[in-house]
Design a protein around this ligand. Sequence first.
Ligand SMILES: Nc1ncnc2c1ncn2[C@@H]1O[C@H](COP(=O)(O)OP(=O)(O)O)[C@@H](O)[C@H]1O
Ligand SMILES: [Mg+2]
Length: 396
Amino acid sequence: MSRFVLITPSADFDSRLRQAVEGGLQGGVQTFFTNVLPAGPYDLFAQLNQERPEVLILGPDVPVDDALRLATVLDVQVPDLTVLLVSEPDPELLLQAMRAGIRDILSPSADPSHMRVLLERACQSFATRHRPEQPKQADSKGRVIGVFSPKGGVGKTTIATNLAVGLGKAAPMSVVVVDLDLQFGDVASGLYLNPEHTVTDAVSPAASEDTLVLKAFLTVHPSSIYAVCAPDNPVDADHIAPEQVTRLLEQLAEEFQYVVVDTAPGLPEIGLAAMEACTDVVWVSAMDIPSVRGLRSGLDVLRQLDILPEGRHVVLNMADAKCGLSVQDVESTIGAPVDVSVPRSRAVAFSTNRGIPVLQEAKKDPAVKGLNQLVERFSPNGQAKGQRRSHRRVVV
Ligand SMILES: Nc1ncnc2c1ncn2[C@@H]1O[C@H](COP(=O)(O)OP(=O)(O)O)[C@@H](O)[C@H]1O
Ligand SMILES: [Mg+2]
């Protein structure tokens, strides 16, 4: 196995690096003689036949901007890989390299003994960053929170994206939002993402067999959360089976503290598979009769099928005191208390069009308050804590 991977068109540098390694370091070197860098970890690992190197050296004559971009992606997605950049160090580049998570900068003219010192340091850094996979215990699994509603247009995507962003504030890089509205999902648009990979890649055999490959398919959002977006082409959705979704959610729950799942309206097979993997369900209803009745029938069916997850959270979205329905009407129709009300708000409608969830910006808005209450239910110190809250009102 190659412990060191070098990318450079320079044969001279390659030969000095090999001398450095052979003069006292363990492991081999694999060199790609090119100045074209892989787009991300997946392309890199594909070229290495899925082997995992410890140190990646971006060698002389590789475009520096591409090197910084690749290092940034690797820093987030494969944090235990140590990256070295070969370039003449100038103060500005040092700063950029540091921000991109590059461990060290090597001069293109460095001699083998100097290189060996830096490579040794890089290997030590790998050893401290690399945590061998611990056998996961059942209780170390993250919470899988599905956002469901029998009707479309009630705010599922709005709530799922805001919940993920809100949880990401308390647990950065520990939240992933998954778009299981496979045909018409709009998590990517709600988060203003242009994903390189989608659910199709995330459920592929390579990803389902190796969680590191799966992680390479996640898209990073600037609010420090990850996303798995729906396929670009609705036809691709037909090729995804419920069992693949079950496996995906199981893998993500082992890696993340929170997995937030957005779903398609109704209860399609994919949705039912997702629900069975959920620890918590957020039921969303808008404040209109069809939506409230739809939720009631949905809950009835699921009770009969006996697949209602333990954690239940009812959100009344687009709440409006003047719409002719009261919260009590809603509660008595669905046979369950409303846990959180999110008022109708222009800021929310606006945020969807801009692709910036309202919780991403510290805006003052009544809807923000409701959404934060929902987030709070899942925080480690929040009220819900995996159990149902004792409700303030008994509903008939
Ligand atoms: N509380 C709210 N106030 C105003 N508009 C809202 C609110 N919640 C959702 N919307 C808007 O309603 C539309 C549908 O919301 P969306 O989250 O896509 O619903 P779903 O995923 O259930 O189909 C979006 O344009 C969104 O901006
Ligand atoms: Mg939606």
